[in-house]
Write a protein that binds this ligand. Structure first.
Ligand code: NAD
Length: 261
């Protein structure tokens, strides 16, 4: 499927799933705006490399997704630099694992802001641009934790359930327009976000890394395999394709059977 001539903003895309999605969309001819809260030479180099490799416009835009006005400015800047914002992928996210009574309130606030509220702000900024262009796709990267819960992830689970709710409302508000909004719910994907959880889990259970991956992290993923960032890129591209025109307000699980349990 070709996305030639379209332009996408992918939040939180200098690493992990966001980067995989940006690379996949670029491979389909889509211009891409990469984003994170840093402004390093490597961030800009990454965009340049993707642009050259796939012959598309690719830019890096610094914006902190914990701040509403920066989320909105990201979308406006992407429109200026790429000419349009046809596809919005809300992907930026962080994690913190602790029991509710020990959960640092500032971590709760940061997770709700970055994993949930940012999608409200970027969507609010992108919809008028999509309406003017007469076409738009919003894809929210939620999680299996947007459909089910695990202990010690209160803020993350609350935020991801919120993302699924926001997805449904966005879809209903745009149902009569050529705009769709869906959420992808990945199970575990081996990215820096997941890698960072391994050392603590090794300590907690007294296990080696391989054992932690098989018995703890992938415990609820029946396939016993991680999903890949390229597979997620392919799912985003599908939701942006003509075949998915009537798919809106729903979730697409990419979790090796987790939510079928
Ligand atoms: P990651 O840590 O590799 O990437 C997160 C991205 O968000 C990075 O680019 C980071 O720079 C960016 N980011 C963090 N804080 C930001 C901020 N304040 N402003 C702008 N950007 C910010 O993690 P990932 O695993 O690729 O996660 C990406 C998304 O996928 C998250 O929303 C996560 O919840 C979701 N997800 C991941 C998994 C998984 O197993 N890895 C599973 C389900 C859902």
């Amino acid at each position: 499927m070709s996305l030639k001539g379209k332009s996408a903003v992918i939040t939180g895309s200098n690493s992990g799933i966001g980067l995989g999605v940006a690379e996949y969309l670029a491979s389909q001819g889509c211009n891409v705006a990469l984003n994170s809260f840093t402004d390093n030479a490597e961030d800009h180099d990454l965009a340049e490399k993707i642009g050259k490799e796939h012959g598309v416009k690719a830019v890096y835009i610094k914006a902190d997704m914990s701040k509403g006005e920066e989320c909105r400015a990201l979308v406006e800047t992407a429109k200026e630099k790429l000419g349009s914002v046809d596809i919005l992928v809300n992907n930026a996210g962080i994690q913190h694992v602790a029991a509710i009574d020990e959960f640092p309130p500032e971590k709760w606030d940061a997770i709700i802001a970055i994993n949930l509220s940012s999608s409200f702000h970027t969507t609010a900024a992108a919809l008028p641009i999509m309406r003017e262009a007469g076409w738009g796709r919003v894809v929210n990267i939620a999680s299996a934790h947007g459909l089910t819960a695990s202990p010690f992830k209160s803020a993350y689970v609350a935020a991801k359930h919120g993302v699924v709710g926001l997805t449904k409302v966005t879809a209903l508000e745009t149902a009569k327009e050529p705009i769709t909004c869906n959420a992808i719910c990945p199970g575990y994907v081996l990215t820096p976000l997941v890698e960072a959880q391994i050392p603590d889990t090794m300590k907690k259970y007294g296990m080696e890394k391989d054992e932690v991956i098989e018995k703890v992290i992938l415990e609820r993923q029946p396939s016993k395999e991680f999903a890949t960032t390229a597979q997620l890129g392919g799912c985003v591209a599908f939701l942006c394709s003509d075949s998915a025109e009537q798919i809106t307000g729903t979730t697409l699980s990419v979790d090796g059977g987790w939510t079928a349990l």
